[in-house]
Design a binder for this molecule. Sequence first.
Ligand code: ATP
Ligand code: MG
Ligand code: MG
Length: 349
Amino acid sequence: GSTIGMLGAGQLGRMTALAAARLGYKLHAFSLEGRESSCGQVCAEVTTADWHDRDALARFAASVDVVTLEWENVPTGTVDFLSTLVPVHPGSAVLAVAQDRLKEKAFANAQGLETAPFRAVRNVAELEAAVAELGRPSILKSTRLGYDGKGQARILPGTDLADAWAAVGTDEAILEGFVDFACEVSVITARREDGVMASFPVVENRHKSGILDTTHVPAAVTPAVAAQAVRVAETMTRSLNVVGLLAVEMFVTSDGRVLVNEVAPRPHNSGHWTQDFCETDQFEQFVRAVCGLPLGPTGIVSPCVMTNLIGDDVAAWPALLAEPGAHLHLYGKSEARPGRKMGHVNRKA
Ligand code: ATP
Ligand code: MG
Ligand code: MG
């Protein structure tokens, strides 16, 4: 059998390892020292080392047939180095765009796709100028490394701009005009090296405290909006030359426009419903795309809802196991810290 190298060792790597095993593939994860590895329980091997440890990276590369990743913030230099030794999908050019909200929006606009209006902001003076242009409400975000709404500050009518700047705490930020969206949707597209693509259906995402709470399948949007969302995701996937998966988060406005919010070149939380209610699950599709295997069909088996188990929510797991029709997925994390994703449950809608 072949071995897939996985950069990162969280729950996305774990669920990829489980899907890979069904197809006879092993997973070797590479992750930072001192991190709990939710992936480790189900991986053939885990290497823990620094992203810049070339000896460890070279040994890792020699032990695998292909490398992919479950975290888009792996340093691009790490991926460039690995690429000299073994195929890496997706490549560092994809990561460079997905790691930087400014590049990401500029890239989408360059493909003719709409985003929120935005400005680069490097200090309070630039923030004042940008707020004067984009107005309030608007959202200040760190350009890099935010997730689950971290590294963001809302600029409301009364917000002090120096306070907002200090709260975000970086000298590379983006101010985004606030999108008064009707709903948020996402599409996950799989693409092989030969360009063959397959997209999962459009789903609706609802957030609580900046963290994805539920995904509703299918999204309650018009056929025209659904088709546009898939076109947007496939345009981004093709133009970025993604091999693997690309999840595209979008805003839908009340007049039916579809705006790109952000992209993630990996399995995505909004695709977890596919494990129980889609013809092919996203983790298996990821393995198929990265390994150049035939892509699977993406039809919905049943309308459904995915609910995240965040922090203490996971304490309800025995009741969820007892609930008929609830499909429980736990990540094996030892500590249920507030805001931490511990598992999810899929149910028919
Ligand atoms: P994720 O956990 O999905 O990676 P993130 O921390 O990278 O999230 P975003 O997706 O940019 O952050 O923003 C989080 C949420 O905040 C969005 O899903 C949306 O609900 C809201 N939001 C972000 N940007 C805007 C905007 N320009 N206008 C309106 N709402 C926004
Ligand atoms: Mg994000
Ligand atoms: Mg997001």
